[in-house]
Design a protein around this ligand. Structure first.
Ligand code: ADP
Length: 542
């Protein structure tokens, strides 16, 4: 016997329809590339998203055709999120920090038909358009007055001209909720990039889950600033969850330095923000240097790479801002786990609580996880045994776009490429990416632990730990360190700093001071490039 409830497909168009009807005057504030602030409402987003849908119809784009963006976090990008997916096309957000060759490769692989780009990426588009055979229309995200002349780009139109004058009415189509809605390529540190192809259903379920109190706890009372880019796994799904709750959205555009982000937060009463640790490092640096306070910010989700304890501490203890450590990946839409305490933890000492907060957290309902050993068998949840982390769930990939890379699943589970422990309470902690793990004398050393300790030293701005070949031990860890401007620390002092914090054999063999640590397209440390830079380095202990 089937239940007798209505069956309506879960579609992205329902999100924008809801936001318009129930939060029509809710504000969206965007810093534009020009530097000024643009303000309008969810009602405007809805109207203009429908104009986008009409523009795509006029281009004769078919169901599931791909529309690419090279854009910052801003209102026009938001309109594309809903106009493209809502009308049944697939939004392909391209990471503009990728190499032009990669951008061209991705656009061809996705068979993008339209490319909407921010003027700041004009040189990139000029460099790649001749190689992007499937793109038949280029749309610059600007008004007609700002449209560059003699750009050399064919079929170029300004966004305002493209959607302007089109009807703001449109009947959002109804179709199978499993239809593709958007796509995102993984950064592809090995081999060619592969795309996760999200569906309407996976996106809506993920949007619901993200709003749960033990996840991002988004509500209509929040003012939300996603620093995480809309080209990085859909800004962790925040645009969708924002429409679902009707919260205020604040977009930082291209100005991601500490000062700009701080000023925007204060000015727009931001209560919730999300980003990778490297961005928060800049924000905290600015706030500290200028003796500022956060007057409205209550909580921040930090994920994408391990959040150093010193950062959690600074936000909580010095500024009263709750840090929610999160873990996920492109293949997971991206949310997998988030760290909040359970009732039983509330009576613990702050130090004990901190040990939990440092972990990547508990699985969100909808995500199932396990750790397995080399033999493929599941390992115990004791908080000590580490193994390969596998996940499954309705917003986890089943297969990559065009079947790239073959079947990624093992018995229905997706191997994340991360190595982790899970404790009795279900809190997962990442030890490493499997390719970054350091194997010393048959034992594993966590590069994250070593980085976290270095980062707790006041003179250290950034630290990256990598393994170096060793004749006896196979590999030994060293730590590359960027010093805070104007502060000093010696190799010996830093090595001494490790004493008592980890086992002796885990202490790095050396400290290498560097000007900077190479960052990838999403702001994460690029250890492959760091290893290249250190290729002539010889271990003092070897
Ligand atoms: P890429 O970095 O390859 O672009 P993703 O953005 O999908 O891909 O990154 C996913 C990976 O980032 C995870 O598999 C994990 O290694 C790492 N990661 C994400 N969040 C965390 C976290 N909180 N702590 C440690 N590692 C994390």
């Amino acid at each position: 016997m089937l239940g007798l409830m209505q069956s309506q497909p879960l579609l992205i168009s329902a999100l924008i329809t809801h936001a318009e009807r129930h939060h029509g005057d809710g504000e969206i504030v965007s810093r534009r590339v020009e530097g000024d602030l643009h303000r309008y409402t969810w009602r405007d987003v809805g109207q203009r998203a429908r104009q986008v849908a009409n523009a795509l119809d006029a281009e004769q784009l078919l169901f599931s055709d791909r529309v690419a963006t090279l854009a910052w976090n801003g209102y026009r990008h938001l309109e594309l999120y809903f106009g493209v997916s809502g009308s049944g096309r697939v939004l392909h957000t391209i990471n503009p920090r990728l190499h032009p060759d990669q951008v061209a490769w991705i656009a061809n692989h996705a068979e993008d038909q339209v490319l909407c780009f921010e003027l700041s990426f004009l040189p990139l588009v000029q460099a790649v358009h001749a190689r992007c055979g499937t793109i038949k229309k280029y749309v610059a995200l600007c008004g007609p007055d700002q449209l560059p002349k003699d750009s050399g780009i064919p079929h170029l139109v300004s966004y305002e001209d493209w959607i302007g004058g089109r009807p703001s009415t449109y009947d959002w189509p109804t179709f199978d909720e499993n239809s593709a809605s958007s796509m995102c390529y993984t950064s592809g540190t090995t081999g060619n990039p592969k795309a996760a192809l999200y569906s309407h259903r996976s996106t809506i379920l993920h949007a619901f889950a993200a709003c749960l109190p033990d996840v991002m706890a988004l509500s209509a009372r929040d003012s939300v600033l996603p620093v995480v880019p809309m080209f990085h796994v859909n800004a962790w799904g925040i645009p969708y969850s924002a429409a679902l709750t009707g919260c205020k959205l604040v977009f930082p555009g291209a100005a991601l330095d500490g000062k700009s982000v701080y000023e925007l937060m204060e000015q727009e009463g931001v209560t919730f923000a999300a980003g990778v640790p490297t961005v928060w490092q800049m924000l905290l640096g600015h706030v500290k240097q200028n003796h500022l306070r956060f007057s409205t910010l209550k909580r921040t989700v930090i994920g994408g790479s391990a959040c150093p304890p010193a950062m959690i501490d600074a936000f909580r203890e010095e500024y009263g801002v709750d840090v929610l450590h999160a873990w996920g990946m492109t293949e997971m839409s991206p949310l997998g786990t988030l760290c909040t305490l359970k009732n039983k933890h509330l009576a613990m000492s702050p130090d004990e609580q901190m040990k939990i907060r440092l972990k990547q957290g508990r699985a969100i309902f909808g995500v199932d996880m396990k750790i397995v050993g080399d033999d493929g068998n599941e390992l115990p949840w004791d908080g000590k045994t580490y193994g390969d982390l596998y996940v499954r769930g309705p917003w986890v990939v089943r297969e990559y776009f065009k079947g790239e890379g073959g079947d990624p699943l093992v018995d229905g589970w997706f191997p994340t490429g991360d190595v982790a422990t899970i404790d009795r309470e279900g809190y997962m902690q990442i030890t490493d990416r499997s390719k970054d793990v350091i194997k010393s004398g048959g034992e594993w050393i966590s590069s994250i632990d070593i980085e976290n300790i270095a980062m707790a030293h006041p003179a250290v701005q950034m630290a990256a730990c990598v393994g170096m070949r060793h004749p006896k031990w196979d590999e030994r860890p060293i730590v590359a360190v960027v010093k805070r401007p104007g502060m000093e620390v010696t190799r010996e002092e830093l090595l001494k700093f490790y004493e008592g914090k980890i086992a002796k054999w885990q202490v790095p063999d050396d400290v290498v001071f560097v000007e900077s640590i190479p960052l990838g397209a999403t702001g994460k440390m690029l250890k492959t490039r760091l290893r290249d830079q250190l290729k002539d380095y010889r271990l003092p202990t070897a």
